[in-house]
Design a binder for this molecule. Structure first.
Ligand code: N1C
Length: 276
């Protein structure tokens, strides 16, 4: 006859089995609840994101509408050769620049080299990297007397008249961008020109005049040189540049070959500070 365990051991085994069953039940319920909650959170997450982006898009549309109104009032219904840079004052008030101390990059006659560099190395900010600058870079626009439209054809060219719609825009935003410069600023100039610093360029006639020594510590000229180079840092035009600088702003100049710049921007491990 089979011998049955004594009642005390039977009670203990029963207790162990019950605890194990309860634990198993808790684990199964936990997993099931987790799966159910995760599944339920998916549509909730979608609702959240959909509503949030709809709100944001509404806010952006209202904001863009205000900026557009401030922009077009500068030139609509006007002779496109009679738009002074001050016409864009309301635009600058509506969309001011946030200063980016030690990162601001200016240029003159080096647009492509500069943007090729800043696109690959994220250490400097040009005017075209700002919202306004990037939206209008490369575009042509103007108004016409007696019309509330904006035209993109038949507008005066850059050199046709001084106060043309596009030139006055770049003059005005460049003045504001330079006024916001703080800390150490950099400018890339073209060493293959006999006069790398031209007082007639936007850089020479607007930006340098708007640098403020209360905010700006130094201007570092990076003179981009080619194999057949014409100018170096002792070029006479740099004397004019130093004379124009607001007293107290330190001046430095360094010659950097275009090849060195390209090499530096294509090697991700090289820190920006060691590019020149
Ligand atoms: O006359 P520049 O150069 O000296 O003007 C460059 C100077 C930069 O530092 C910029 O901050 O002025 C600002 N700027 C622009 O950001 C800009 N984007 C596009 C000036 N001009 C700008 N453009 C166009 O480049 C403009 O429509 C005109 O045709 C050129 C001026 O470039 P430049 O003579 O080489």
């Amino acid at each position: 006859m089979e011998s049955r365990p004594p009642p005390k051991r039977r009670t203990k085994r029963c207790l162990v089995l019950t605890v194990a069953a309860v634990l198993l039940l808790i684990v199964v319920l936990g997993v099931a609840l987790g799966v159910a909650l995760k599944r339920n959170s998916e549509p909730f997450k979608k609702t959240f994101i959909d509503r949030y982006s709809a709100e944001l898009s509404m806010i952006f549309q209202i904001h863009c509408g205000k900026i557009w109104t401030a922009f077009e009032q500068a030139y609509v219904r006007k002779d496109p050769c009679k738009v002074p840079m001050e016409a864009y004052d309301p635009l600058m008030a509506a969309a001011p620049f946030k200063p980016a101390c030690n990162r601001m990059m200016f240029w003159s006659k080096t647009k492509e080299v500069v943007h090729d560099f800043t696109a690959k190395k994220d250490c400097f900010l040009t005017l075209e990297d700002t919202l306004l600058g990037s939206v209008l870079d490369g575009l042509t626009w103007c108004g016409k007397e007696g019309s509330s439209d904006t035209f993109t054809a038949g507008c005066p060219g850059w050199t046709d008249c001084d106060n043309n719609t596009v030139r006055s825009f770049w003059n005005r935003v460049s003045a504001a961008f330079a006024d916001a410069a703080c800390g150490d600023a950099t400018v890339m100039l073209n060493g293959s020109l006999a006069t790398p610093f031209s007082p007639y360029s936007i850089f020479g006639s607007i930006e340098v005049k708007n640098f403020n020594s209360q905010r700006m510590k130094s201007l570092n000229v990076v003179l981009i040189t080619q194999e057949k180079n014409v100018s170096n840092c002792s070029n006479a035009s740099f004397k004019d540049l130093q004379k124009e600088l607001d007293g107290g702003i330190k001046y430095n100049c360094k010659e950097v070959s275009e090849a060195q710049l390209q090499w530096c921007s294509s090697s991700p491990e090289t820190p920006c500070g060691s590019c020149w």
